[in-house]
Design a protein around this ligand. Structure first.
Ligand code: CP
Length: 379
């Protein structure tokens, strides 16, 4: 078998520090570690596309709990775990005892006892999801320490209120496939109209914080009232000081003008997302429904925030790369024609997520990973 470059090029020294790591936000990981995970994702993709199996973690349980709906991330988790020889188990959070008040720390202790890796999606309530993941991690780590159990049980953030790191890492891999080095590339992240529901802020927050670390000129466009978190704005501004730039505008046309990449998607109005925190804390389900109704009504003030052919013509050369995390509201966030032209691109963008999750599990759990992958490649 011919050498597989992506596997041959893995640097064992770059992977040592990833052992035992959990990914809760990209911002708290050094760029070198994010790069090492992406290198492993590329190696795993190269092996998979050649039909070479990678059962590095046989008979282990990869448990994921989702407190929100998902298609891509659930199947990416299952696909990643299966390719690593793990047993994937995906659970609806509302069916766990968390819904009866069991704490995240208690839940983590149980998972540390029974599972070998954990994925969590908890993205609907500001201030809750990322905190939940950190508490679960404490429960896992405390249990393993107290019982002298040397197992490593990493947590992968499968989207929270702060970040959607497996999405932004997948997006970064896809961007590099299409553009190579991102330094000085002009990338627009824009709010877009949706009539469906108040979507989490975390995809946009994850993108502005990650892409500003790679020297890109990042523009964020949103209507008044659709601000992202202060923490993500501060992080993006600080990141951009190392090269590239970060600006915020409230005009979608201005954001599209001369962009090389456009990523238009909806998220909820910030003040209503904060109201949702209070209603949720009170267990006020009628109040939550009313806030959701008002959020969709508020969005309707901005139906002209759509990625259409006219706006795509404003971009650099009139042919910017269109990106979306999916699912897109076709006819609202994006016209059918723009989406039809990008159908394969956005599917390829999405597929990187499975290899990112594989890479996170493998780097966290497999000692001498580079050697193990090189051995599989040469079998
Ligand atoms: N992009 C994304 O996370 O998709 P799902 O909600 O279907 O997982």
């Amino acid at each position: 078998m011919a050498a597989i470059d992506e596997v041959e090029q893995l640097d064992p020294a770059a992977l040592v520090g990833l052992h035992g790591r959990s990914l809760l936000t990209t911002q708290e990981w050094p760029v070198a570690d994010l790069d090492a995970v992406r290198a492993v994702a590329r190696a795993l993709a190269a092996l998979d596309r050649r039909g070479i199996r990678t059962p590095l973690l046989p008979h282990e349980l990869a448990w994921a709990v989702f407190f929100d709906k998902s298609t891509r991330t659930k199947s990416a988790w299952a696909g990643a775990a299966a390719r690593l020889g793990m047993h994937p188990e995906i659970v609806d959070g509302s069916t766990t005892q968390v819904s009866h008040g069991e704490t995240a720390v208690e839940t983590g202790a149980m998972l540390g006892m029974n599972a070998h890796a954990l994925g969590v999606r908890h993205d609907l309530i500001l201030g809750e999801g990322n905190t939940f993941m950190r508490d679960v991690k404490k429960g896992i780590d405390d249990y393993l320490d107290a019982t002298d159990d040397s197992r490593c049980v990493p947590i992968v953030n499968l989207q929270c209120d702060v970040d959607h790191p497996t999405q932004s890492m997948a997006d970064l891999l896809w961007l590099e496939d299409k553009l190579g080095d991102l330094a000085d590339r002009r990338i627009t992240i824009s709010w877009a109209y949706s009539p469906s529901y108040a979507k989490p802020l975390s995809v946009a927050q994850g993108l502005v914080t990650l892409l500003t670390r790679y020297g890109a000129h990042v523009t964020l466009a949103r209507p008044p009232g659709y601000e992202l978190s202060d923490a993500s704005m501060e992080a993006a501004t600080a990141n951009a000081a190392g090269g590239g730039s970060f600006r915020v505008v409230d005009d979608m046309d201005e954001a599209f003008r001369e962009a090389e990449v456009v990523y238009p998607k909806s998220w909820g109005a910030h003040d209503l997302m904060e109201e949702r925190v209070i209603a949720n804390a009170l267990g006020d389900s009628l109040g939550l429904k009313e806030i959701e109704r008002r959020a969709v009504e508020r969005n309707a003030d901005f139906t002209d925030w759509i990625c259409d052919e006219r706006r795509m013509a404003l971009t650099g050369g009139g042919d910017a790369l269109y990106m979306h995390c999916l699912p897109a509201d076709i006819g609202d966030e994006v016209t059918p024609g723009v989406m039809a032209a990008a159908t394969i691109d956005v599917a390829r963008e999405a597929q990187w997520k499975m290899y990112v999750i594989m890479a996170l599990l493998a780097t966290a759990k497999v000692p001498d990973l580079a050697a193990a992958l090189q051995a599989l490649a040469s079998e």
